[in-house]
Design a protein around this ligand. Structure first.
Ligand SMILES: Nc1ncnc2c1ncn2[C@@H]1O[C@H](COP(=O)(O)OP(=O)(O)O)[C@@H](O)[C@H]1O
Ligand SMILES: Nc1ccn([C@@H]2O[C@H](COP(=O)(O)OP(=O)(O)O)[C@@H](O)[C@H]2O)c(=O)n1
Length: 676
């Protein structure tokens, strides 16, 4: 997950390969609640691990449910069997509508029957998302529900006991959010013991496939709701949740839309294959595949898998009522930028009450990219962008995961403009590793992947600065010095001498070159591996540094490491530290910094580093060794230590690390094309 202020996506050229999607949010939270209301133990597999499921799990735990995490995506839930072991609790539900609405209904009915007192709150945006129609329906039933803030919105208090009136049909509006009906359907089996309970929908029901999903999941838990069109739903008398024992959560079909879109835009050589969602899906958003087809994509499917590649190009403009696919329809708005005429999305009034006002947000951000967009109360018209119309934009995401994921699709623009996604962490709501997953199936031209080079003498702070920059920008790091150190170590392991005399020998040089070319180096979670051996500590020794400096003067070693170093240039970007990053390895880097500090300051830093590791050396001897190493690095014939002509000089003798980082980020900001 990228927990950084912004993430820059280089222009993307191609898509292809296989992705496995995380579990569906809608199914995950429904199944968790059903398992919690059932008796016995339900093992939920492929559960989504995200903000929205986390708040649901925390709430269920607070309410006394037994939760056992079996692995990262498997949780065993021991249900409450329709009882309330905890009678009083304050629940925080973040911005998860799929937790707030059904929990409100379930707790209102349980508290009515058993007594209890519960408060349900969320983030400020949750307190702007309507729930009044559900509250009304619950009050009709006789349940005690109070608004703690603004009328019609969370936070809420539910309290009991209360006498419930279950005889007359309960009326609920269906035209604002289908989640009100879903919440009632999930909760009413709790009280439909003595008589059937009927719900009647007022107004045209929106997002019907989500209600259908609710009914299918209820059936999995033993409750067969009778449906009369989309107007009347009856829960039979004697309804009882029965755990199926084990449930597999399907991959998220709304999340699939981004990968279907990537395939439609750029899968020209091989298809994008999406695992975990297919034709047998119970999620309405699989119908996004039909919309993508209508725009020209070639989508083929199996029960649990989809294959997508580019068909018509440019895409065909679309005029579609998106009522049935409200979430995935956002993806169509971005695809429309690549179409052959204006596209109109209708029936999307519900966008206005989602994580943000998505009609306003989408219009604003597409305009930032350069597009002409018209909007109405429940529709959006997007005009395509000509190749020369795209602007490099910093896209706002409104704490809305879908705005961020949609925004990433602008990176396929033919103008080769990069795209900045502000607050990329918001994808954590449903897909924490969205961007990491995207990198698996997209490619950029290597020259479009930005590199920042930090070159300079020993102990100037290159590694420290490079790591800090990479963390801040979400980029990869190349510690090229570690590669030379590894070659030194590999030579020692193989019995190849690296003293000055031996290095004159051409056979030794050739063997060192071969060791470099086939170096089994691996960097993983802050550890460095040479083959199967963790050499992290050994690598940082002064001895390893000196050996590195000696072998690094061998041309065959430098040539041997070239391809390995360039392979670090991967999406979304790279910060490379060393001696020749800007001069030899990445001469086209977007920013080159030559980092220096006085020799004494560097010797003092090294001294401090050694002291922290409980190793001791005098500052004077370190100073002498540093100066010798600098001289050797500067004097060697291949790739000598020198600032690239276009490097910016940074002397950090009197700077803190933070000051150095800020200085370089400032330079970086100036070189980026974004209009903020
Ligand atoms: N302004 C600064 N910038 C970077 N590092 C600094 C700075 N001031 C002190 N240091 C310290 O210098 C030490 C050497 O840094 P390191 O990154 O290992 O250098 P290099 O990779 O250039 O050999 C680190 O312990 C770091 O904390
Ligand atoms: N790109 C690079 C990186 C390191 N090196 C060599 O490898 C040695 C060790 O690099 P390092 O960056 O780990 O060492 P320090 O700067 O931390 O002392 C340096 O002294 C250089 O001689 C190089 O020649 N080219």
């Amino acid at each position: 997950m990228y927990d950084i202020p912004f993430l820059d996506l280089p222009p993307l050229r191609r898509a292809g390969g296989t992705v496995r999607l995380p579990g569906s949010k809608s199914i995950s939270n429904r199944v968790l609640l059903l398992a919690a209301l059932s008796a016995g133990r339900t093992v939920v597999r492929d559960l989504l691990d995200s903000d929205d499921t986390r708040v649901m799990l925390e709430a269920l735990q607070t309410l006394g449910c037994g939760l056992e995490r079996l692995d990262a995506t498997t949780v065993a839930v021991t249900g409450l069997a329709g009882r309330l072991p905890v009678r009083q609790a304050a629940l925080f539900l973040g911005n998860a509508g799929t937790a707030m609405r059904p929990l409100t209904a379930a707790l209102a009915l349980l508290a009515a029957r058993e007594g209890g007192h519960f408060e349900l709150r969320g983030v400020p945006r949750m307190h702007e998302r309507p729930i009044g129609d559900l509250v009304q329906a619950l009050r009709q039933l006789g349940a005690g529900v109070d608004h703690l803030g603004q009328e019609g919105y969370p936070p809420l208090r539910v309290r009991g006991p209360a006498a419930l009136h279950l005889e007359a049909p309960i009326r609920v509006r269906g035209d604002v959010s289908s989640q009100f009906l879903t919440a009632l359907l999930l909760a009413l089996p709790l009280v439909a013991q003595a008589q059937p309970v009927t719900v009647e929908v007022a107004g045209e029901l929106i997002s019907k496939p989500y209600v259908e999903m609710t009914l299918k999941l209820l059936a999995r838990f033993g409750v067969a709701v009778q449906r009369d069109g989309w107007r009347r739903f009856t829960i039979p008398a004697g309804a009882r949740y029965v755990t199926p024992g084990e449930v597999h959560v399907e991959g998220d079909a709304s999340a699939a839309s981004y990968f279907i879109a990537a395939g439609a835009l750029a899968a020209t050589a091989q298809p994008v294959t999406i695992e975990g969602v297919g034709l047998a899906s119970i999620q309405g958003d699989v119908a996004f595949a039909d919309a993508a087809r209508a725009m020209g994509a070639v989508v083929e499917g199996e029960a649990n898998r989809l294959h997508v590649h580019r068909g018509a190009w440019p895409l065909r403009a679309l005029d579609l009522d998106c009522n049935a696919i409200p979430d995935a329809a956002m993806t169509l708005a971005v695809l429309a930028l690549y179409a052959d005429g204006p596209s109109t999305l209708r029936g999307i009034g519900s966008w206005r009450v989602k994580e943000t006002d998505r009609i306003a947000a989408m219009a604003a951000e597409l305009r930032r990219l350069g597009a002409t967009v018209e909007e109405g109360p429940d529709w959006l018209r997007v005009h395509p962008l000509p190749a020369n119309g795209w602007r490099a934009a910093a896209l706002h995401t409104y704490d809305d995961h879908r705005m961020a994921m949609c925004g990433s699709l602008a990176a396929f623009n033919p103008a080769r403009q990069p795209v900045r996604i502000l607050d990329p962490r918001c994808v954590a709501k449903t897909f924490p590793d969205y961007f990491e997953t995207l990198w698996q199936v997209v490619e950029a031209d290597p020259t479009d992947i930005p590199v920042i080079c930090i070159d300079g003498p020993s102990a100037s702070g290159k590694g420290t600065l490079a790591a800090a920059l990479a963390r801040r920008l979400g980029y990869h790091v190349l510690d090229s010095g570690a590669l030379y150190r590894l070659v030194g170590l590999a030579a020692a392991r193989a019995g190849v001498p690296t003293d000055a005399a031996a290095l004159q020998d051409e056979a030794v040089q050739a063997r060192l070159g071969e060791l470099a070319r086939t170096l089994p180096a691996r960097f993983d979670g802050g550890r460095v591996w040479l083959g199967q051996e963790d050499v992290t500590t050994e690598l940082r020794s002064e001895e390893a540094g000196a050996a590195a400096s000696r072998v690094s003067a061998v041309p065959a070693v430098r040539a041997g490491l070239l391809a390995l170093q360039r392979a670090f240039r991967r999406l979304p970007g790279l910060v490379a530290d060393g001696r020749d990053m800007g001069t030899v390895i990445f001469p086209d880097a977007a920013l080159k910094v030559f980092l220096t500090a006085s020799a004494r300051a560097r010797a003092e830093r090294r001294h401090e580093q050694l002291r922290a590791r409980n190793e001791h050396a005098s500052i004077e001897s370190l100073l002498a060794e540093l100066e010798a190493r600098d001289a050797r690095d500067r004097a060697r014939s291949v790739a000598p230590l020198a600032a690239a002509e276009d490097a910016l000089l940074l002397d950090n003798t009197h700077q803190t690390i933070e000051e150095s980082v800020e200085a370089v980020l400032g330079w970086w900001a100036q070189r980026r094309p974004f209009e903020v």
